[in-house]
Design a protein around this ligand. Structure first.
Ligand code: 4NP
Length: 152
C-alpha cells in the first residue's frame, strides 16, 4: 500500500490540519502502513510560513504525537498531487470545491464523512479543551479513514 497521499485542510493550517496530519501519520505508522504520505495546508495564507499554534504542539506532546509542519496555503497542483483531500469543516470544503480545477484527480471530502459527518470545529479563539477535542476527533477520524481506504 504505497499510493495513498492524503492532504488535510483547514483555514489557517496552524491548529486543526497540522494536528490532523500528525495524528493520521502516527495512526498509520502504528498500523504498519509505511507507504502513506500525509501533508496539510490551509485555504487561507494568513499564517503561511508559521509553526503550528502552541496549543496544537502542546496537545500533540501530551499525547506523544510527533508534530513538525510549516504552514502553507492550498495550491492548484494539490488536486492532482494527492489521492484524498480531507476538509476539517464545511466552510473549508466549500472553499476547496470553489477552487478545484477541472482536471482534479483527488477525492475531496469532509474528513468527518468517514465517520459521523461532524466538522472539526475551529479551536483558535477558544481554550485548551477545544484543542483536546480536536485531537480526539483527529484520532477517531484517522481510524475511520484508514478502516475505509486502507482496509487495516
Ligand atoms: P485552523 O485555525 O484553521 O485550525 O488553523 C485557525 C487559525 C487561524 C485563524 C483561524 C482559524 N485566523 O483567523 O487567523
Amino acid at each position: 500500500m504505497s499510493d495513498l497521499k492524503v492532504l488535510i485542510v483547514c483555514l489557517g493550517n496552524i491548529c486543526r490540519s497540522p494536528m490532523g496530519e500528525a495524528v493520521l501519520r502516527d495512526v498509520a505508522l502504528k498500523r504498519g502502513l509505511s507507504g502513506i504520505i500525509v501533508d496539510s495546508c490551509g485555504t487561507a495564507a494568513y499564517h503561511a510560513g508559521e509553526e503550528p499554534d502552541d496549543r496544537t504542539i502542546s496537545t500533540c506532546r501530551k499525547h506523544k504525537i510527533p508534530i513538525e509542519h510549516t504552514a502553507r496555503q492550498l495550491q492548484t497542483s494539490d488536486f492532482t498531487e494527492f489521492t484524498h483531500i480531507l476538509a476539517a469543516d464545511q466552510s473549508n470544503l466549500r472553499n476547496l470545491e470553489r477552487v478545484k480545477p477541472r482536471n482534479a484527480t483527488a477525492e475531496v471530502r469532509l474528513w468527518g464523512s468517514y465517520l459521523d459527518d461532524k466538522p472539526i470545529s475551529d479551536p483558535y479563539y477558544g481554550g485548551m479543551n477545544g484543542f483536546e477535542q480536536v485531537y480526539q476527533q483527529c484520532l477517531a477520524l484517522s481510524n475511520a479513514f484508514l478502516d475505509r481506504v486502507a482496509g487495516n
